[in-house]
Design a protein around this ligand. Structure first.
Ligand code: CA
Length: 287
């Protein structure tokens, strides 16, 4: 063995020794341990609830306690999505979870969807979130989503009315190119409302206003005063359970408001002169 070969054998032996030394000095990694379980698990009984304006709904909560030395106050906080603060009442938003070991429990809170004068709000949503005290480790369920649906209004006994949320109409949808809004009123007249009457509330062009028509097909001589600026776009009438149902589409200039006024006919049927008024902010029932 010449010195070159002898050097290579020595280097290989040293490398093998070094490798063997490293292997024998590194301890094997311990097996991965699962993370410790939180002392309790809390969740809502449901993931979503639908409520109608005027309804009071029950919010169910349930928990599983592994080991809890002291009772704790759990906060349930609302997260507004499209709903406003005055769309619901949520008076008690804390729950006391008792101390315990290897046990389960449940509780409930109530939330009321407010019935208001707006009759065309569409669906509104909020969520409820669980929030244990700071420093308490807990496994939390998903937020509870609550959808509040429009209940409409009752201007007279036996009359129900609701509207779809108003929408700006596409440009050029009206002959005079004015910016306009539109909605559809859904009205049900029960048997007890046979004598109720309706009047348009406007908007009407003021007879004293100067006529500005530049359209040869619609000269000022064709205008009749008062000139109603709101227009029905569709009107469907059909018999329904206990009465008649009207679906009335209407549109009006965006800077104005339009609507209907209810009143008694020959046989009475309506106290006062309640009014449905629609403007850029929506449709309201006025007493
Ligand atoms: Ca409403």
């Amino acid at each position: 063995m010449n010195h070159v070969v002898r050097g290579a054998v020595l280097a290989a032996a040293l490398a093998a020794a070094a490798c063997g030394s490293e292997t024998s000095s590194t301890p094997a990694a311990p097996p991965a341990q699962p993370p410790p379980s939180p002392p309790l698990t809390i969740s809502f009984a449901e993931e979503a609830i639908r409520a109608r304006e005027g309804d009071t709904i029950e919010i169910g909560l349930r928990w599983e306690i592994r080991e809890l030395a002291n009772p704790l106050q759990l906060e349930v906080s609302p997260l507004r999505m499209t709903a406003e603060a005055d769309d619901y009442v949520f008076p008690a938003n804390t729950v006391t979870i008792p101390a315990g070991s290897a046990t389960t429990g449940a509780a409930s809170l109530s939330l009321t969807a407010v019935s208001d004068r707006q009759i065309g709000e569409g669906d509104e949503t909020l969520a409820l979130r669980l929030a244990p005290p700071a420093g308490v480790a807990a496994e939390l369920g998903r937020n509870l989503e609550i959808t509040i649906s429009e209940a409409g209004g009752r201007p007279c006994p036996g009359v129900r009315i609701s509207a779809i949320p108003i929408a700006r109409l596409p440009a050029g949808s009206h002959r005079d190119d004015s910016e306009r809004f539109g909605t559809t009123l859904d009205m049900h007249f029960g048997e007890s409302a046979r004598s109720v009457r309706l009047d348009w509330t406007g908007p009407y062009l003021d007879p004293a206003a100067p006529c500005e028509s530049q359209d040869d097909d619609y000269p000022c001589s064709l205008f009749f005063w008062p000139w109603l600026q709101a227009s029905p776009t569709a009107w469907r009438v059909e018999s329904a359970a206990d009465g008649v149902r009207h679906s009335l589409g209407l549109e009006w200039p965006e800077t104005e408001h339009t609507g209907l006024r209810f009143r008694s006919g020959p046989d009475g049927g309506c106290a006062g002169a309640p009014e449905i008024r629609c403007d850029a902010g929506g449709c309201d029932l006025l007493p």
